[in-house]
Design a protein around this ligand. Structure first.
Ligand code: FES
Ligand code: FES
Length: 171
């Protein structure tokens, strides 16, 4: 059998360029985990249903299991690893999950974190209903939804506190 065709792809992930060589059918989720080595992106259903594989593609939450790696090379990809602040501290949404016990087994968590980080960009001050809507496309098999909703609201609070602090410093 002939060796499968390989294609050179450059992926820009969390601001770093990675040159990889993959079969054209390689999914972005598999490329991130196995070729780039960023295993924070989890793969659950591989059918676009569970949201565990959600990454940000030019800032928009995207199912990495529904995108080919070769189709991703013109975009800026952010994985859960890229949410951490530049100084290594937890981002507001990561801190909020810690504060509110937003994770149990943690399998779904990377997808929730990326989804919520993008959701709070669009709506920095969600109501509880809006927080529920924000996470409606992600499944948690541990059914930790109450604490995840609380984490969305807490993350919004932390972001607002950070913003107020920055405004205070620049005044
Ligand atoms: S693994 Fe992609 S949506 Fe479930
Ligand atoms: S925390 Fe276990 S699947 Fe969500």
């Amino acid at each position: 059998m002939p060796a499968p065709e390989q294609t050179a792809v450059t992926l820009t992930v969390n601001g770093v360029q990675h040159q990889i060589s993959v079969e054209p059918r390689r999914l972005l989720s598999d490329a991130l985990r196995h070729d780039v080595g960023l295993t924070g992106t989890h793969v659950g259903c591989e059918h676009g249903v569970c949201g565990a594989c959600t990454v940000l593609v030019d800032g928009k939450p995207t199912r990495a299991c529904l995108m080919f790696a070769v189709a991703a090379q013109d975009y800026a990809i952010t994985t859960v690893e890229g949410l951490t602040c530049a100084d290594g501290s937890l981002s507001p949404v990561q801190q909020a999950f810690k504060d509110c016990h937003g994770l149990q087994c943690g399998f779904c968590t990377p997808g929730f974190l990326t989804t919520i980080a993008a959701g709070l960009e669009d709506n920095p001050d969600p109501t509880e209903d809006e927080a529920r809507d924000m996470i409606a496309g992600n499944l948690c098999r541990c059914t930790g939804y109450q604490n995840i909703v609380a984490s969305v609201l807490r993350a919004a609070e932390i972001q607002a506190e950070n913003r107020a602090e920055q405004d205070g410093e620049s005044a």
